[in-house]
Design a protein around this ligand. Structure first.
Ligand SMILES: N[C@@H](CCC(=O)N[C@@H](CS)C(=O)NCC(=O)O)C(=O)O
Length: 217
């Protein structure tokens, strides 16, 4: 199976997919799409790879698949071990809920194209993004407490094993820092992030490892 990942080093959605691939030790070819240079809007990329003009896009034997949730669920089904979704249906629903809270409820509102559409003023963009990230993280923090109350707490977001929820939460916190969101109010999220970042797959897929030389300093 030939996998080609179109991604950008500090795109949180890209990191989710890199992380899932690393978690499952699935090899892939890496193709950087420079978002700041606008290459996600390149005519051929939009026509053939990602009609929304976004990263990530995983090509599977030449077939382009976008949307990190769809990509990660496809990976889970084709390479089930080590798993990213718990077997228990309720725990699995909780993981998917946390995933969507980030994927649908938080990240889209602070995305590059949305920010630029909201305002051309960098301060206004930052204020907009911070507002929505703060709202999402506040809900996530509470959701972790609710899950803990159901006996689903542990070292990681849900239980003691890494799940897809961790792959969405940690990159969202990485984004939050870029927008200078005060994270002190989110102790559960910070603990979950620290445990997730200590794993090999997190380190292998981390944005720092994929940063272009010009941004590494
Ligand atoms: N729901 C999509 C979100 C993809 C997305 O928003 N990608 C961002 C980077 S994290 C992007 O390509 N932004 C470029 C732009 O907005 O122009 C997914 O999970 O794959």
């Amino acid at each position: 199976m030939g996998l080609v990942l179109h991604h950008y080093f500090r795109s949180s959605s890209s990191w989710r997919v890199r992380w899932a691939l690393a978690h499952k030790a699935v090899a892939y070819e890496s193709r950087a799409v420079d978002l700041l240079a606008g290459l996600q809007r390149d005519e051929a990329y939009v026509r053939d790879k990602s009609p929304m003009g976004l990263v990530p896009c995983l090509e599977v034997d030449g077939r382009p698949l976008t949307e990190s949730v769809a990509i990660i669920e496809w990976l889970e089904e084709t390479t089930p071990s080590p798993r990213l979704l718990p077997l228990d249906p309720w725990a699995r629903a909780r993981v998917r809920q946390l995933v969507e809270l980030v994927n649908a409820g938080t990240q889209p509102l602070q995305n590059l194209s949305v920010n630029r559409h909201v305002s051309s003023d960098p301060d206004a963009q930052k204020a907009w993004a911070r507002h929505w990230i703060d709202r999402g993280l506040t809900a996530l923090e509470r959701e972790l407490a609710i899950a803990e109350g159901e006996g689903l707490g542990g070292r990681h977001a849900i239980g003691d094993a890494i799940t897809a929820a961790d792959l969405f939460i940690a990159p969202q916190l990485y984004n939050a820092r870029r927008f200078e969101v005060d994270l002190a109010r989110f102790p559960r999220l910070l603990a979950v992030e620290a445990a997730a970042l200590a794993t090999d797959a997190a380190k292998q897929s981390h944005p720092d490892r994929f940063a272009p030389v010009s941004v590494r300093s």
